[in-house]
Design a protein around this ligand. Structure first.
Ligand code: AMP
Ligand code: ZN
Length: 114
């Protein structure tokens, strides 16, 4: 998939609406439209990479910020203490549907694996 028709690139470019939770130079966090928990936010690198298979294409700083922003979002959404899941789906068996790397930050209820 090219960046032109990638839905998350469209959100980054402001061509598609989203409810932004956190915005900085290289990382964006926004509400998941299909919220599966009281808190369900997606954290993405603004640079298009399809999955963790391409994590080497972003700088170490961006990779680290993804993790830090996830926790900052959890704090902002008031689930850092009650707990939250950080999940990145990669490839068919994971159920990945959008092929722009994104981390789900989910909380506000008891979560189970998987
Ligand atoms: P995944 O299965 O990990 O690829 O998850 C894709 C997630 O993106 C799902 O939870 C969708 O609800 C969410 N999603 C898809 N399109 C949008 C959108 N335009 N804005 C916000 N979230 C979206
Ligand atoms: Zn993209």
């Amino acid at each position: 998939m090219s960046e032109n028709d990638c839905v998350f690139c469209q959100i980054v470019r402001g061509e598609m609406d989203s409810e932004v939770v956190h915005d900085e130079e290289e990382v964006l966090a926004f509400q998941d439209i299909g919220g599966q928990a009281p808190v369900h936010v997606l954290v993405i690198p603004k640079q298009h990479i399809s999955s963790l298979a391409e994590i080497g294409d972003v700088s170490d700083g961006v990779a680290k910020r993804l993790l830090e922003v996830a926790h900052e979002v959890a704090k902002k959404m008031d689930v850092a203490e009650s707990g939250y899941a950080f999940r990145i789906n990669n490839g068919p068996d994971s159920g990945q549907e959008v092929f722009h790397l994104h981390a789900h930050v989910m909380g506000g209820r008891k979560l189970e694996m998987p």
